[in-house]
Design a protein around this ligand. Structure first.
Ligand SMILES: NC(=O)c1ccc[n+]([C@@H]2O[C@H](COP(=O)([O-])OP(=O)(O)OC[C@H]3O[C@@H](n4cnc5c(N)ncnc54)[C@H](OP(=O)(O)O)[C@@H]3O)[C@@H](O)[C@H]2O)c1
Length: 269
């Protein structure tokens, strides 16, 4: 990865987090290139990170990897521009755009290009992202390793068995941060309505989410066992969990994830 020239088309939130993650992994700033239609955004990224900036033509020409980090609605036009400027044979393309299938990317970029489609999430901004990836049939083992290394700079990565799994990943980890924010908000509101100070309620809700996530990530047992360990028979947690169960908590979550998955599949059409 450290020898590859990586070009970002679109220098917004996700590109920023990936660039900062790659710099933190000691990828030289001289090997990172970016373009954006907003010259001010591009200049401030150059000032902050010391990376190379240029036009789409300039950054694409020298790239070993091109990361398409623009919004889905401009992806067709961006791909058609990019494909005229790719010079290196075997250049790997990585798309992070939601809802753009490989079939469309291949038709815009050329049928034989090595393309990886992936779905990161916003905790990538703090190096705690979760990304699902799927490669087309033109990707070599080294393309796959390189794409994995790049996305691993901002969190964990999981390779998927089928492209449609991206719709499930979108519903799980892509949209998932919002579900946890909603849980934090709901906990905070519940504690305030019981009389707790608002600042204390916010601090404790956020830290509890962080602590539970870290404990689950670091533990050698699954979340169900961790839940059992905090649930003493006849205790307070048991009362809360019974209340969740009575109100159909698992069904509520399953319905929400299914709704997001269906929407992701619709957008991909
Ligand atoms: N944010 C997320 O949670 C998330 C998660 C997973 C995947 N994604 C995907 O990641 C992609 C980028 O998302 P983001 O949140 O980083 O978006 P963003 O902050 O809006 O970044 C996209 C950037 O591309 C620029 N741009 C637009 N047209 C361009 C062109 N023709 N050439 C070069 N740059 C152009 C935009 O400029 P303007 O703002 O001036 O238009 C903007 O600076 C999207 O496809 C999204 O689906 C996002």
């Amino acid at each position: 990865m450290k020898n590859s020239h990586i070009a970002f088309i679109g220098a917004g939130n996700m590109a920023n987090s990936l660039i900062r993650g790659l710099l933190a992994k000691s990828v030289p700033a001289a090997h990172l290139h970016a373009t954006d239609i907003d010259p001010e955004k591009l200049l401030s990224l150059q000032t902050d990170c010391g990376i190379q900036i240029g036009s789409t033509a300039e950054v694409s020409a020298n790239a070993d990897v091109i990361i398409l980090a623009v919004k889905p609605q401009v992806m067709a036009a961006v791909c058609e521009e990019v494909q005229h400027h790719i010079k290196k044979p075997g250049c790997l393309i990585i798309s992070i755009a939601a809802g753009i299938p490989l079939k469309s990317l291949e038709s815009w970029l050329g049928e034989s290009r090595a393309i990886v489609r992936c779905m990161p999430n916003t905790p990538a901004l703090v190096g705690e992202g979760a990304t699902g990836l799927f490669a087309n049939t033109h990707c070599s083992a080294s393309n796959i390793a390189l794409a994995g290394d790049i996305l691993s700079a901002v969190g964990i990565t999981c390779w998927l068995k089928a492209e449609q799994d991206i719709d499930i990943v979108t519903a799980l980890s892509g949209s998932g941060p919002a579900y946890f924010f909603l849980m934090i908000e709901a906990l905070e509101k519940a504690a305030i309505s019981l009389g707790l100070d608002a600042t204390v309620a916010r601090q404790l809700s956020i830290q509890t989410a962080l602590g539970a996530g870290k404990l689950a990530a670091d533990s050698d047992v699954g979340p169900a066992e961790l839940r059992r360990r905090v649930t003493s028979p006849g205790g307070t947690t048991e009362q809360a969990l019974l209340s969740f169960q009575r109100d159909g908590f698992e069904r509520i979550v399953a319905n929400a994830v299914e709704a997001a998955q269906q929407r992701s599949a619709e957008l991909a059409k």
